[in-house]
Design a protein around this ligand. Sequence first.
Ligand SMILES: [Zn+2]
Length: 149
Amino acid sequence: MRCPSCGHPESKVVDSRPSEEYNSIRRRRECLKCGTRFTTYERLGDSPLIVIKADGTSQVFSREKLYRGISIACAKRPNIPNEKKTEIIDSIEAQLRNTGKNEIRSKELGDMVLERLRGLDDVAYIRFASVYKDFQSIEEFEDALKGLE
Ligand SMILES: [Zn+2]
């Protein structure tokens, strides 16, 4: 788990508690090099999936971040209720687990979301498609989507 600020691979856990969502554990970590604190969510019983970003850096696959990204693309689109978003994420995560790989490129992840939005909601599809190809992280992607509104 690399520090999001300096990329240092070692951190210590300063707090752990169960997250209500998704059967996971929320951990607060502190980078051993620069002291930055960050939060990770680890699903029980699963090894973490790593997302490789376009710039070569990586981060742990996060259902919460993906959910947020999809929610923004789906803002004010009644065709996609919350359960549907969770279903999309479940299906993506299951597909990733089934490949047996523990790494995925952010572009592939974006493609997987698009496959599922296609035919479901054109506006959400276009919102997602118009930015995902350039995004380095879900955060940047979120900012880009906010800019579209
Ligand atoms: Zn650091």
